[in-house]
Design a protein around this ligand. Structure first.
Ligand code: GYE
Length: 317
């Protein structure tokens, strides 16, 4: 600590104020979260908050309410506050160059958590930890191909995309299409964003049902929340979810398991939000002068409705 800081801390102690984190030698982490759009996100936030506490890391947490401009503001505030490390989950892939340059110029390492950015200069972040979203899309596609094996009839698919321009929406679409394109019987007849929320998932599914009605054979939703919203729309239209329309989604949150146990959702591809412990470990490693792996991939599986009741008790989110 320099002399000026020492004087300030001494004055704070004398005034009976709490000792700031830097004076306690604590690592300070600024984290800019996307928002609270889904069950996944809530679990992710809880994981980060709980593991920062366990690790003794001072967490400055900021919720961007799904707006990039709020995330940029939060990152700038973290730079001004001279935090030790910045981590964030970028709501969309592009448009981060300037603010990441600012962090680099201030010598503050940046960790990408959960979602990637689309920037050529990969020296702007030290590590990206999170799932392989393209693979999740492929897993969803493979499950469908297997389910429809032996039938030559056309399979009309409607797709509820995640947030426009976000890594999971782009990649889950790409991986799914890559698999189903091998057989021309699969056709995506409608595809629109539901912004990863239940409310929008329901609204967009209502529109799909109005336009296509009984033609729809399959719904592929980029997350469970949108699928759960869509299930409501399907029931309100007098149809049976998971029977009249096969439903595939991603995340495998508790709400999806409940829907599968109730026989209303066919399968959920796992995407783990429990990134907190590995993020805190990475922050500590950085401060200890270690070099982080550029990419840390989360390990995940696929849960069809047949195994839902058995797996449910051991689910952690
Ligand atoms: O699948 C969705 C959330 O970025 C992996 O964001 C995350 C996604 C997750 O809103 O539910």
């Amino acid at each position: 600590m320099n002399t000026q800081r020492r004087t300030i801390v001494a004055a704070m102690i004398a005034a009976g104020l709490p000792i700031p984190a830097f004076a306690q030698g604590k690592i300070v982490l600024g984290f800019s979260q996307v928002g609270a759009e889904s069950e996944w996100r809530t679990a992710n936030t809880e994981s980060i908050k709980a593991s920062a506490k366990d690790a003794g890391i001072e967490l400055k947490f900021s919720d961007a309410q799904q707006k990039q401009e709020n995330q940029i503001k939060a990152i700038r505030a973290f730079i001004a506050q001279k935090v030790d490390v910045i981590a964030f989950s970028p709501v969309v892939e592009s448009g981060w160059g300037t603010v990441l340059q600012e962090a680099k110029a201030a010598n503050i390492p940046v960790i990408l958590s959960d979602r990637a950015v689309n920037e050529k200069d990969d020296s702007l972040w030290v590590s990206f930890m999170g799932s392989d979203f393209v693979e999740e899309g492929r897993r969803a596609g493979r499950w469908l191909v297997e389910k429809m094996k032996g039938s030559t009839a056309a399979v009309n698919i409607v797709e509820l995309q995640g947030t426009v321009g976000s890594a999971p929406a782009i990649d889950r679409k790409k991986g799914f299409e890559e698999i189903i394109k091998a057989d021309p019987k699969f056709k995506i007849i409608r595809s629109q964003t539901g912004d990863f929320t239940r409310a929008k998932g329901k609204e967009v599914m209502e529109a799909f049902l109005k336009a296509e009605g009984k033609k729809i054979n399959v719904l592929y939703a980029h997350n469970d929340d949108m699928a759960i919203g869509a299930i409501q729309a399907i029931e309100e239209a007098g149809m049976k979810p998971a029977k009249d329309i096969i439903i595939i989604s991603v995340d495998a949150v508790k709400g999806a398991f409940e829907a599968m146990i109730a026989g209303k959702l066919n399968v959920s591809v796992e995407c783990s939000p429990l990134l907190g412990p590995q993020l805190m470990q990475a922050v500590k490693d950085l401060k200890a002068g270690k070099t982080l792996p550029k990419r840390i991939v989360t390990q995940e599986g696929v849960f069809p409705m047949e195994v839902a009741a058995k797996e449910f008790p051991s689910r952690k989110y």
